[in-house]
Design a protein around this ligand. Sequence first.
Ligand code: NAD
Length: 305
Amino acid sequence: MTSVAFIGLGHMGAPMAANLVKAGLTVRVFDLVPQAMKSLTGLGAISSNSACGAAAGADVVITMLPAGKHVRSLYLGDDTSKGLIDVVAKGCLLIDCSTIDAMSAQLVAKSAAEKGLDFVDAPVSGGTAGAAAGTLTFICGGTDKAFEQAKTVLGNMGANILHAGGAGAGQVAKICNNMLLSVLMVGTSESLQMGIDHGLDPKVLSEIMKVSSGGNWTLDKYNPCPDVMPNVPSSNDYQGGFMVDLMVKDLGLSQEAALQSNSSTPMGALARSLYVNHARQGNGTRDFSSIFEQFTNSQQIKDKG
Ligand code: NAD
């Protein structure tokens, strides 16, 4: 039976680890916040006192952490503590599912390879709902051999396991996707509001655009205008879903990547500025479709003036 160490049990990591336990794998868990381990141990996971303690002896290590600095220090260690690559067993497969910069993923992959270990970057798409339902999309970077191995364990947590290319390619593909998503969300929001300002019903306009050349994922699955669609954050005061702060983080990563490759990303740069502004107005913890209010508010201000 495969034994997995799962480190980082936040909004995403906890439900992902729960699906591994439900699939019958032996799962050792660790989070810096002891409380985060409680719900997992209740399901049958084994708690550990440290990340290295969880990882020692595991067949597979999976991490789900906030940012690149956390991933680098956990895998590579520092002056005071050993890294995961120093303590795992020979043949252990390392999989990081966090969304981080590609350079950090490549650095960890290279350091792991120097110790004879395979590392796969496997950021996810699908949010907390996808994590709970086990329907995430994993976007992987790594060797063919490591990807094939990773696919088996990731299949317990996701519906689509995709191979983008070598080390770091999963992270690049993930931020390309999120940059496009942000642009689609902003464009859909401003188009819907312009229609409303001209007296159109946003439900009717959405149906028209869905089957016309402006059709896109946000109209199909995640309409940003309140009360157009049931069961989406816009119809629940923009609660739940994918936080504005996380979109700001991903758009920052996209612009760092654009600088490194000298790519021209004017729409991504503008989307980042709009989302940063939105976060600074106190919307950081709301769903990213709340960017719609940037356009409704400007109309209300015009009406008052
Ligand atoms: P989170 O902040 O809820 O969870 C992160 C967890 O990591 C926390 O519980 C924290 O205590 C733990 N942690 C940090 N450093 C650690 C260490 N050294 N050892 C052990 N535990 C440590 O974040 P999240 O929402 O679960 O997101 C995790 C990653 O997934 C991020 O990179 C995020 O961008 C990405 N992501 C999130 C979503 C989403 O909808 N939340 C969707 C897709 C991708």
